[in-house]
Each structure stands twice: as C-alpha cells, then as structure tokens.
Design a binder for this molecule. Structure first.
Ligand code: SF4
Ligand code: SF4
Ligand code: SF4
Ligand SMILES: [Zn+2]
Length: 470
C-alpha cells in the first residue's frame, strides 16, 4: 500500500545555527523556524531537552534584514588564536568577522543602585585601577589604530574616584569619542562633578526608562524620575549632551516609548534615544518569557503607534556593521521644530543595501559615506561623524569639516538594540559583533558573550584574586 506523508508541520524550517542551553549554557545546535509571523530558535540540549525562544516577532523584517549586512574589517592586532572554537576563544580571535566599533570598559562593578533589573548584576565588587584602564586603552590602540568609541561603564562609573583621569587618558590617546554610561544619580546630585566632566566633553549614555514613577520603582527599585530630569538639566547647563537609554520591558514601560521620544526631542541636552528590549542576562524583575518577549520590530511598531507616525517602521533600517539582526536605527532632521526622518528625503536603501551591486548605481560617494557613518555602532550623535565630517576609519572614508555647533541641534537619532541572552543567543550574530568588552588582560569579548557565556564571572574572579594578592 502506498504510504503518504503525515500531517504538515506548523512551521517553515529556515535554517540552522548554534545557540546555548538556557539551563547549562552548553553550546547546542538550533533550528531557525518561521511560525505565523515570528522567527524562533528551537534547540535541544542532550541533558535538558528542547527549548524554544522568539528571536523576531516580524518574519518580513527578519528576512529583509539580511541585505543590510556589510563586510567586516580586520583589527590590526588579535589577542587570541583559534583553539577551542567559537565562542570559547574570545578574543578577538582570527575567526571573528568584525573589528571593534565600540569598546566598553567596566571600570567598576560597584553601583550606587541595586536595580531589580540589571544585566551586569552590579552592586558590590571591584574597581579597576587607573593603570589597568591605561593598559586596556593601549591594547585598544594596538588593535584598532585610532579607535572610534570607548564607553566607560560598570556598575556605575561615576562613583569610581578616578573616572575623570580615565577619560583624560582616553582623550590623550586620540580615541575619537568617549562616552560615559550612567544611571545619572551623581549627575543629578553633584553639579560640580558635572562641570569637571564637561571639561573632558564625553557624551553621556543616560539610563532613562520612562516618564512615570512606577517604571523606575519597578525596574530600578526607586522613583528616580526627578533625578533623571535634574541630571539632564545639569548636563545642559554644563554644555554636555546625552543619549537616553531605555530598557523596554513588556507590561512595564512598553506604553511609554512615544513619551520618551517626545521628551527627548524637547530637551536641549538630548541627542537621541536608544531603546533596548529587556534581556534576561543578569538580574531581572520580570520572569523570563522567551517565546513572548519584546523584540526589535515590536519596539518599532510601538514607536510608530505611540508617536502617531512621527517615526514609522519604514523609517528604520538594520545597522549593517554588526549582524543586521542586532539593531535598527533611524535619524531625523529637525527643521525649525519640524522632525523629518531622513528616509523621507533620501532613498537610503540605494546606499545601505549591501546585497545589490552599489557601484552600478549613479550614487554620491559623499552621501554614501555619510549614511554608512550614521548607520554604524560607532556613530555618536552630535560628534563629527554623525554631523557629516569624519567617518569610521575602518568602515568608511573621510569628508570635510562642517560647522558642528550649527548641525548639533538639527539631527536626532533613534536606535533599537536587542541584546542576546541564553534564550535568543545566536552564534552568527556573536561572530559579527562590533560592541566589545575590553578586559584587564587585553582581550576584547563581544558584549553578548561577556554577558551570557561566563566571561563576566571569569573576569570578576580574576579581579577578586588579584585584589586579594595585593
Ligand atoms: S565570538 Fe568572535 S572572538 Fe569570540 S570566539 Fe567567536 S569568533 Fe572568536
Ligand atoms: S542597571 Fe545600572 S544603575 Fe542599575 S544596578 Fe545595574 S549598573 Fe547599577
Ligand atoms: S552586543 Fe550583542 S546584540 Fe549588540 S551587536 Fe554585539 S552581538 Fe549583537
Ligand atoms: Zn543543557
């Protein structure tokens, strides 16, 4: 008797990748499945069985993103070689597919808050010494030549007693842009410190989760709204600029995306907003919900709805220098108070779609360079790169010098960065990562590997031992 196939599967098999088991963190094979409108990882650990995780709620966005992938650059110097294979040789090792656009230095694991949601699991711990940070900066120069961005982070970097000297050390080494990643408490409470900070001109990456007290009580353990506003006012007074960084958690502040954007557009110290869908690495006050989590396209749709179309999903494109599944970005010109997304003026796909042979098109080379610089992890609003002058040395070419002050208030950035955790971890994204944690031993580790694969704990133990030996 003729055999006929059984019932049809409820998904389309899209491919395979490697991920980790959320229980034991061992590397496992993962199927990439398309079901309804979403894209899922379906993975099996020999010990802990099957797990499933949503990686994108929008299959069209996911499939379309591939064409924005661009060739990576090779660093001048590699810290490790291939021994165990990815992801155990970070790094960066010769297999890695991108240089460091943004280098992070965790100068302290201490913090003046103990947020219920913190992917760094910060609170108590160790400080790096100024000498350690100088060594890290020197290694960064060796591997990148003239690096694009260093971001001092933590823990809370503003409570490190030598932060200002660390920023000066980075500037002395001609690193193009220095950023400070902060909860803003000290900026709100210590205007003298803000004035000293202003002498070094860093861009502030300010944790800013919403405009209601309940959001801060839930995510940060306290009502911090007034402190955030005060921090921004102090920055404005000192002539410093900030990007607002909002962790977006379903049911907590996913209704405030539009309000955050409007507040940001109105505040003189704010250059843009970076929305980060919550990751389940470290501490989290929300129980992990791997198949219903908020993903990059969700944020874009909510933003369109909550801004009444001021920014639409169609105004965003994946950022091409890391893996295009990692983040999306858009920019707007501000003309006499009118906000006009760049995509309504320029067909950015002519320049950012790396799947077509762009050399066959009659394109402006200067515009191409400017747009590639904008759609980069190494872009810093208000700095030369995003206001039309220099562009990433590794990824692009140089242009002339514009009037920065004039341009500064005329361009606004919106970025969505979807970090990985043990649920949605995908090794192909990791291998193209350009956001690297710079370690005290001179290695650079892709940020999501640092958070998910035990590198953070390893560094913590090494530092505790080193401090114990002193
Ligand atoms: S993530 Fe990159 S640096 Fe780390 S092991 Fe894999 S290829 Fe090497
Ligand atoms: S999220 Fe930031 S402010 Fe909160 S505990 Fe962690 S490092 Fe500190
Ligand atoms: S940090 Fe994570 S999400 Fe960001 S570019 Fe790197 S791999 Fe992608
Ligand atoms: Zn397992």
């Amino acid at each position: 008797m003729e055999k006929i196939p059984g019932k049809v599967r409820n998904h389309i098999f899209h491919g395979v990748t490697r991920s980790i088991c959320p229980e034991c963190r061992q590397m496992v094979d993962a199927q990439i499945l398309v079901r309804d409108t979403g894209v899922f990882l379906h993975k099996r650990c020999p010990e802990h069985g099957w797990h499933e995780a949503l990686v994108s709620s929008d299959v069209d966005w996911y499939l379309n993103s591939a064409k924005y992938n661009k060739p990576g650059a090779v660093p001048l110097d590699l810290a490790t070689s291939v021994v165990q294979g990815c992801p155990y040789d970070c790094g960066i090792c010769p297999e890695h597919q991108q240089h460091t656009c943004l280098g992070l230095i965790e100068v302290t694991t201490r913090c003046n808050l103990e947020c219920p949601t913190c992917f760094a699991d910060a609170g108590k711990g160790y400080d790096l010494s100024l000498e350690q940070v100088e060594f890290i900066l020197d290694r960064f120069i060796e591997s990148e030549g003239r690096p694009e961005i260093v971001q001092f982070s933590g823990g809370e970097p503003t409570i490190h007693p030598r932060l200002l000297e660390m920023i000066a050390a980075a500037s002395k080494r001609s690193i193009r842009h220095v950023m400070v990643n902060t909860n803003g408490l000290r900026l709100a409470q210590d205007a003298d410190f803000v004035r000293l900070l202003a002498e070094c001109e860093p861009t502030i990456y300010l944790q800013f989760d919403g405009l209601t007290t309940v959001v801060y009580e839930r995510l940060r353990g306290f009502d911090l709204l007034d402190a955030k506003k005060k921090a921004l006012d102090n920055l404005a007074e000192a002539g410093l600029y900030a990007i607002l960084v909002a962790t977006i958690a379903k049911g907590t502040n996913d209704g405030e995306l539009g309000d955050i954007l409007r507040f940001a557009l109105d505040h003189p110290a704010v250059l843009g907003v970076c929305y980060q869908p919550v990751t389940f690495a470290g501490r989290n006050c929300h129980p992990p919900d791997p198949v219903k989590r908020i993903t990059v396209p969700d944020v874009l749709r909510l933003l369109e709805k909550q801004t009444d179309g001021l920014f639409q999903v169609s105004d965003f494109r994946p950022v091409p220098c890391p893996h295009p599944d990692c983040s999306a970005c858009s920019y707007a010109f501000i003309d006499h108070g009118k906000v006009i997304p760049i995509t309504r003026i320029i067909d950015v796909d002519d320049y950012l779609d790396f799947a077509v042979n762009r050399t066959s098109l009659d394109l402006s080379e200067e515009l191409r360079s400017a747009l590639e610089a904008l759609w980069s992890m190494a872009s810093v609003m208000g700095k030369e790169k995003t206001t039309g002058a220099r562009t990433c040395a590794a990824c692009s070419i140089d242009l002339g010098e514009p009037d920065l002050k004039e341009l500064r208030g005329q361009c606004f950035m919106v970025q969505v960065h979807g970090f990985m955790d043990e649920y949605n971890f995908d090794i192909k994204r990791l291998m193209k990562c350009c956001v690297h944690q710079l370690l005290p031993d001179g290695r650079a580790v892709p940020f999501c590997a640092y958070n998910c694969l035990g590198y953070r704990q390893q560094v913590g133990l090494e530092q505790e031992h080193a401090i114990g030996r002193r």
